[in-house]
Design a protein around this ligand. Structure first.
Ligand SMILES: C=CC1=C(C)c2cc3[nH]c(cc4nc(cc5[nH]c(cc1n2)c(C)c5CCC(=O)O)C(CCC(=O)O)=C4C)c(C)c3C=C
Ligand code: FE2
Ligand code: FE2
Length: 339
């Protein structure tokens, strides 16, 4: 009998839309060295500067998409946890890397239920230090702090798993059938430095414009190549021609160069090219959140319409789509120990 428990993990949200709560959340998030990867004094200075204005702006953005029960990301994650509990004969706890329920609360809850192994089931299709690495480090920190005798199995980034891609296609079908001129895949962005830093070849990532289309061992940790792979696999599965879809990166913060093209510029370009009915999918996220609902669904739509587009339809994330819930439950049962 398996002694596995599942720690379902996502990024997390502020406790409320109050500016003070948003400031606390942003401080915890941005002071993570996996997110703002500067030495402590420079990180502290930069984050303190960001915290002068950002909490008020982000609080207003959160308020515009907040649900009765709380942050969409957290509410959806609770639904996923409940769906997994209904499907699985093992303990399932929810954790958020920032905010609550914390990774510490989640792991202690699993420890109390006597698990010997935790499957760290993060919700990130693509690898990044700022998502997967930081979650692993936090789980290890908590286990060491409490002296727990628990093994951790980490779900690898699942961008290329057929069952993930199948669920993504199936969940998007109603929107694909609605009719559209162009499909834009908009992924969360990353500073280019983050990509170069984890490139094991030391010279592949971003060395050429088409690096992500040329096979390389660097792609095992290349966020951009993995986004590109998801977009191509999706387009192939639904029979789209290359001219019918494109890929861009959103959510840039600060002055560093982030991976391109930027979603904001792409929305204007598509409208200028005569695209009237635009579908947007955000496959870096498995659950809808401020980045999808506010940045694309509200601000992106407004921008696209102002630039001459007629309709922007945001395809919901996988959320608690039943086929996706079945997929996660299968992974929980079958993921090899220690993978
Ligand atoms: C340096 C800054 C950031 C990096 C790097 C980054 C990477 C990254 N983030 C996600 C997923 C999510 N990010 C979300 C919100 C969010 N992200 C940043 C900054 C960086 N993210 C900020 C400041 C915020 C907060 C909102 C804001 O003020 O704009 C969210 C949504 C959270 C929610 O409550 O809804 C998610 C999810 C990924 C996948 C990623 C790297 C690939
Ligand atoms: Fe982010
Ligand atoms: Fe690349």
């Amino acid at each position: 009998m398996s002694d596995r428990g599942v720690l379902l993990l996502n990024l997390g949200s502020p406790a409320s839309t109050e500016v003070a709560d948003v400031r606390r959340y942003l401080n915890q998030f941005l002071m993570d060295p996996c997110v703002v990867d500067l030495p402590w004094p420079a990180r502290r200075l930069l984050v303190s500067l960001i915290l002068l204005r950002r909490p008020r702006e982000s609080a207003a953005a959160y308020a515009s998409i907040w649900w009765q029960e709380g942050s969409p990301l957290v509410v959806i994650s609770r639904r996923v946890r409940d769906q997994l509990r209904a499907r699985l004969d093992m303990p399932v706890e929810l954790a958020m890397r920032y905010g609550e329920p914390s990774v510490e609360q989640g792991i202690l809850a699993l420890a109390e239920q006597g698990v010997g192994e935790i499957l760290l089931m993060h919700q990130y299709p693509q690898f990044a230090d700022s998502t997967i690495t930081t979650s692993i480090r936090e789980a290890q920190r908590v286990i060491a702090k409490h002296g727990l005798k628990i093994r951790v199995t980490v779900l690898p980034a699942f961008h290329d798993r057929a069952d993930y891609l199948d669920a993504l296609v199936a969940s998007a079908q109603p929107h694909l059938q609605h009719g559209f001129d162009h499909l834009l895949f908009s992924y969360h962005g990353l500073p280019e430095r983050h990509l170069r830093k984890v490139d094991p070849t030391g010279g592949h990532c971003l060395a050429t414009a088409d690096c992500c289309e040329r096979p390389s061992p660097a792609h095992a940790t290349c966020y951009r190549a993995q986004c590109s792979g998801v977009s191509r696999a999706f387009a192939e599965r639904v029979g789209l021609q290359p001219s019918q879809w494109s890929m861009a990166f959103q959510s840039r913060l600060g002055r560093d160069k982030w991976i391109e093209p930027y979603t904001e510029a792409t929305l204007d370009e598509l409208a200028a090219r005569g695209v009237k009915r635009l579908l947007v999918m955000c496959p870096a996220f498995t659950a809808d959140c401020i980045e999808t609902l506010e940045e694309i669904g509200d601000r992106g739509r407004e921008q696209f319409l102002a630039a001459g587009g007629e309709e922007l339809v945001l395809v919901p994330c996988l959320n608690d789509y039943p086929q996706w819930m079945d997929t996660l439950a299968n992974w929980a049962r079958n993921e090899p120990v220690g993978a």
